[in-house]
Design a protein around this ligand. Structure first.
Ligand SMILES: C[S@@+](CC[C@H](N)C(=O)[O-])C[C@H]1O[C@@H](n2cnc3c(N)ncnc32)[C@H](O)[C@@H]1O
Length: 272
């Protein structure tokens, strides 16, 4: 396990993912009944943007730094969380998925997070210690979330955000989504992927396109694709809220304008 998210915290892919995550959780909050958020690959929770790792790549400069200076109404719930964790006008920490999710929980909602890297798991656990709504597991995220669903609340969201260190990650993710939809057909699932060489993503889309799932695919492309470099990222969202395409498109467009990114692929529905 070599991947450390601290090198990438707050980059354009994070802003896109976390702005969508915040909107999905806000949708769950529309009803009073409690929900569970399951974060399978949770990372650190809070990322120190002044750390040697974050400064080495400087990736936040082309992500959250510019987003905070832009007008982004659809991304505002996420940006408000980032602002709320920093001193006025400053940006020293960036909240990752677990911190974004926790900040949107109500008293009876829950966050269940898995993180397999021993150091990151320890950091995450220490950060959230004392919050009875949060449980942190040192477990393989795929194996754990399939065991956790459906949660007793029967409402909720699973974020699957693996590191793509292994070549078979897209196939593993596709198989996990198919297994998850069998166990919890009404659960909401958001699965992240990097856009680099699209041929490597074929096993993921072979599993979810044509499977009969209700779902959308939303991407943010930062750089023209050449098949070699990290060009952007996407999310497969199963059982999204009604008309969520419009929200995802708004976030995509706002980020495109904030960063001066190229034309974006339309948010699409999964083939049934
Ligand atoms: C892309 S990062 C997650 C970022 C985080 N979700 C966020 O948005 O802030 C992937 C994380 O998965 C962890 N990881 C790698 N393999 C794992 C596994 N099998 N189960 C759980 N976590 C794993 C890595 O240590 C890393 O922190």
């Amino acid at each position: 396990m070599n991947y450390r998210h601290l090198y990438h915290a707050g980059n354009h892919a994070d802003v896109f993912k976390h702005a969508i995550l915040a909107q999905l959780i806000l949708h769950l909050r529309l009803k009073p009944k409690p929900f569970a958020v399951i974060d399978t690959h949770a990372g650190l929770g809070l990322y120190d943007l002044g750390s040697a790792e974050a400064l080495k790549t400087g990736e936040a400069a082309d992500g959250i730094v510019r987003a905070l200076d832009a007008a982004m109404p659809a991304a505002e719930p996420h940006l408000a969380i980032v602002r709320g964790m920093n001193a006025a006008g400053g940006l020293s920490v960036y909240p990752g998925s677990a911190a974004v999710a926790r900040s949107l929980l109500r008293d009876d909602d829950r966050l269940i997070a898995s993180e397999l890297h021993p150091d990151d798991h320890r950091t995450l656990r220490a950060q959230f210690r004392g919050d009875p709504r949060v449980s942190i597991h040192h477990r393989d995220g795929y194996e754990a979330f399939l065991a956790f669903i459906p949660p007793p609340e029967r409402r909720g969201l699973v974020l699957i955000d693996p590191p793509y260190e292994e070549r078979d990650e897209p196939a593993r993710l596709g198989a996990a989504l198919v297994a998850a939809m069998k166990k919890w057909p009404t659960g909401m699932f958001a699965a992240w992927y990097p856009v680099k060489d699209r041929t490597t993503l074929a096993p993921l889309f072979a599993a979810v396109d044509g499977a009969g799932f209700e779902g959308i695919v939303a991407e943010f492309i930062r750089h023209e694709e050449n098949g070699l470099r990290f060009a952007g990222s996407g999310l497969v969202i199963l059982n999204p809220p009604w008309q969520f395409e419009a929200t995802a498109t708004a976030i995509q467009t706002e980020l495109r304008d904030a960063l001066g990114a190229p034309a974006q692929p339309p948010v699409r529905r999964l083939r049934v």
